[in-house]
Design a protein around this ligand. Structure first.
Ligand code: FES
Ligand SMILES: [Fe+2]
Length: 376
C-alpha cells in the first residue's frame, strides 16, 4: 500500500479503553512477548512470570532441565500461582488457596482433601501450557490465542543475537518495572522518534553528537549512533568513552555504536558494545504503560567493563527521566483532543508504526471516534 500518512494516529486511539480491547485482539493476541533470558531460569525450579493484558504466564525450568511455559493459574478455583517477577520454587508448585500442587512439568500431583471431591482424573487438570520459543538465549511466549510467525517476528534480531553473543550473556541487574501515565503507543512511538534526540536528551547527545541514523527493515525500526562523534561530552559520557573496552568479538563498526532496535509491536532491544537490554512496553490500561526492562552482558570480570556499564547506566538513567517527561506531556495533549500535525519526511519509524496500525486496525483511520468500534 502506498499510503503515506502525513500525520500520526488520531488522539482518541490513545485514550480509549475499547480501542485497547481491539488492539488486544488484533495487535497483541498474535504477538510474541519476551519473558526473560534462559540464564535467568538456569536451575530447576527457577521461574519468571509475565502479566500481559490480563494473561498470566510463567516460564519454569523442570526437573529434567527442560524449559516450559504455562498459564500462571491454578486449575481448581483459578487462583494465581506464582508472584515474583523472577523467583524459585522447589520441585513442586503449591497453590496458596487450597494447596493443590503441580510438578514442574505442569502435572497436577496433589489434591488436598481429595475425598471431598467426586472422582476426577488429575490428567484433566494440569496447568495450561503456553507456546515457548527461544532466540539468542531470550525466551518468548505467545500471549494470545492467535498463531503468529515467530520467525517473522524475530528475523531482524537473529543475526544481531549471534553477533553480540547474547546466548552467552547473563543478567547483571534486576528486572525493573516502571509505570508511566501514557498509552503504550506513545511510549513506542517515542522510542522510534529520532528528531527529539538532540532536543530532549542533552547528555545522550553529548555522547553521540549528530551521528544518528534511522532505518526501517523487515518490520524493525533501528536507530544507531556513534559514540566517538561528539565534541562536547558530559563527565559520564567522557568517562564512558574512556573506559569502554574494545569489544573484540564485534565487527569494528559496532565497537563504538549504540543501537536501538524496535520490533513489532511492543519490544525494543538497546544494543551497546558493553551490554544489551530489552525494553517491553506493556499496556496496563488505555492510559497507563509498564516499562519492563533488564540488562545482560557477557561474563567478564574486567574493571573497565564494570565501569563502562555503570557509566552507561548513568547516561541512560537521565535519558529515561527525560523520556518520562516527554511522553507524559504528549499523553496529556492527546487526551485534550487536539490532533497532532505532520510527521517529518524522514521520521520513517513513526510513519511505519502509524501505517502498520492503520493496516491492522483500519478503524484508526477515523479522525474522530466512530460510535461503535466493532462491527456487529
Ligand atoms: S484455587 Fe488453587 S488450590 Fe484452590
Ligand atoms: Fe527519548
Amino acid at each position: 500500500m502506498s499510503d503515506h500518512p502525513e500525520t500520526g494516529l488520531p488522539p482518541w486511539t490513545y485514550t480509549d479503553p475499547e480501542f485497547l480491547a481491539l488492539e488486544r485482539d488484533a495487535v497483541f493476541s498474535p504477538s510474541w512477548q519476551i519473558v526473560c533470558h534462559e540464564s535467568d531460569v538456569a536451575t530447576r525450579g527457577q521461574y519468571a512470570t509475565l502479566d500481559f493484558l490480563g494473561t498470566l504466564i510463567f516460564v519454569v525450568r523442570g526437573d529434567d532441565s527442560v524449559l516450559r511455559a504455562f498459564r500462571n493459574v491454578c486449575r481448581h478455583r483459578a487462583a494465581r500461582l506464582l508472584d515474583e517477577p523472577f523467583g524459585a520454587c522447589s520441585s513442586r508448585i503449591v497453590c496458596p488457596y487450597h494447596a493443590w500442587s503441580y510438578d514442574l512439568a505442569g502435572r497436577l500431583i496433589g489434591v488436598a482433601q481429595r475425598e471431598r471431591y467426586a472422582a476426577f482424573e488429575n490428567d484433566d487438570y494440569g496447568l495450561v501450557s503456553v507456546e515457548l520459543r527461544e532466540a539468542g538465549g531470550f525466551l518468548f511466549v505467545n500471549a494470545g490465542d492467535e498463531e503468529a510467525s515467530f520467525g517473522d517476528f524475530i528475523r531482524p534480531m537473529a543475526d544481531e543475537f549471534a553477533r553480540y553473543k547474547t546466548k552467552e550473556m547473563r543478567a547483571f541487574g534486576r528486572i525493573t518495572l516502571r509505570e508511566r501515565d501514557v498509552n503504550w503507543k506513545i511510549a513506542v512511538e517515542n522510542f522510534v522518534d529520532y528528531l527529539h534526540l538532540p532536543v530532549a536528551h542533552n547528555g545522550l547527545d553529548g555522547l553521540v553528537g549528530a551521528s544518528y541514523a534511522l532505518s526501517v527493515e523487515d518490520g524493525a525500526c533501528v536507530i544507531s549512533a556513534n559514540i566517538n562523534s561528539a565534541p562536547d561530552q558530559s563527565l559520564s559520557a567522557r568517562a564512558y568513552r574512556k573506559y569502554l573496552p574494545e569489544a573484540a568479538h564485534l565487527p569494528p563498526d559496532r565497537r563504538r555504536q549504540w543501537r536501538y532496535v524496535k520490533l513489532w509491536p511492543n519490544l525494543a532491544f538497546d544494543t551497546y558494545p558493553d551490554q544489551i537490554d530489552f525494553m517491553q512496553f506493556i499496556p496496563l490500561s488505555a492510559e497507563r504503560t509498564l516499562l519492563r526492562e533488564i540488562s545482560y552482558g557477557l561474563p567478564d570480570a574486567s574493571r573497565e567493563l564494570a565501569a563502562a556499564r555503570y557509566l552507561n547506566w548513568r547516561v541512560n538513567r537521565v535519558v529515561n527521566e527525560e523520556d518520562k517527561d516527554i511522553i507524559e506531556r504528549t499523553q496529556a495533549g492527546m487526551k485534550s483532543g487536539v490532533s497532532p500535525g505532520p510527521i517529518a519526511d524522514d521520521e520513517i519509524g513513526l510513519r511505519y508504526f502509524a501505517e502498520r496500525m492503520r493496516e491492522v486496525l483500519p478503524v484508526c483511520r477515523n479522525a474522530n471516534r466512530p460510535k461503535t468500534l466493532r462491527e456487529a
